[in-house]
Write a protein that binds this ligand. Structure first.
Ligand code: 8X3
Length: 260
């Protein structure tokens, strides 16, 4: 049974990925900061877990020790997220630094820690970036900068490791309605709800878990470089079809106003 490590496993896409991979017969090691959520997930799915803050090297080392010498077939880097939607002119430095830390440096740390095994025995590295890794939009620069940087880890590794038995897979979702992404970004339920208001069927975490499973389960000589995925109601980061009675979310409009 192939063993896969999934980060960001306490909620949203990470959690859905753990559930899907377990259902598909993988042995999954779930990691995230919130131990109580991991315990519940483990009880429900049978995954194993290790609570870790991936911004802390000691926790990375602890996770590697927990994994021991048993083979690891893959790492799915889901942990990350957005903070704020301020224009560049007033973006909070601390938010930008934190986004760089959780999306880029944490991913780098764990990737570096597991890479020697993958190079020796083969393995899959999945990077859950975002359409924000490919586009930008008013109010988005802190997040898009971090996601572009995370994507460069994947793009560069694919070149550096060419010919080695390591698959480098990027999955870049657009609008996915999850429990926490927009709430964490905008600081509250109400603001988060507006992001999805009037949008017919935003993607859900299970849609992305499905793609991650699909990419991992291709024959070993097939590398899915990139999957970009959005709901039908979204054309790009700033073009979203909403029902007539739904207001445009306030924050992007504020950001647009501020650059006029
Ligand atoms: C989430 C997509 O549009 O909020 O990663 O940047 S977006």
């Amino acid at each position: 049974m192939a063993r896969i490590v999934v980060t960001g496993a306490s909620t949203g896409i990470g959690e859905a990925t753990v559930r899907r991979l377990v259902d598909e017969g993988y042995s999954v090691v779930a990691t995230a900061r919130r131990q109580e959520r991991l315990i519940a997930l483990s009880e429900q799915t049978g995954c194993s877990y290790f609570a870790a803050d991936l911004t802390v090297q000691e926790d990375i080392d602890g996770l590697v020790e927990f994994l021991g010498q048993e083979p690891v077939a893959g790492l799915v880097n889901v942990a990350g997220g957005a903070l704020g939607q301020d224009p560049v002119a007033s973006g909070a430095i601390a938010d930008w630094q934190r986004m760089y830390d959780i999306n880029v440096i944490s991913t780098l740390r764990l990737t570096q820690a597991l890479l020697p095994r993958f190079r020796e025995h083969g393995g899959d590295l999945v990077f859950l970036t975002s359409t924000a890794a490919h586009e930008t939009y008013p109010g988005g620069a802190g997040y898009t900068a971090a996601k572009h940087a995370e994507r460069m880890i994947a793009n560069t590794l694919r070149i550096e490791l060419v010919g080695e038995p390591v698959r480098i897979i990027e999955v870049a979702p657009g609008m996915v309605k999850t429990e926490e992404f927009s709430k964490n970004r905008l600081g509250g339920e109400d603001a988060a709800e507006k992001v999805y208001q009037g949008v017919a069927e935003p993607l859900v975490a299970e849609d992305i878990a499905d793609i991650i499973f699909w990419a991992l389960s291709r024959p070993k000589h097939v590398n899915i470089d990139l999957v970009t995925v959005r709901p039908v109601a979204q054309a790009n980061s700033w073009t979203v079809a909403r029902s007539a009675d739904a207001p445009e979310p306030e924050l992007p409009r504020t950001a647009l106003d501020s650059i006029k």
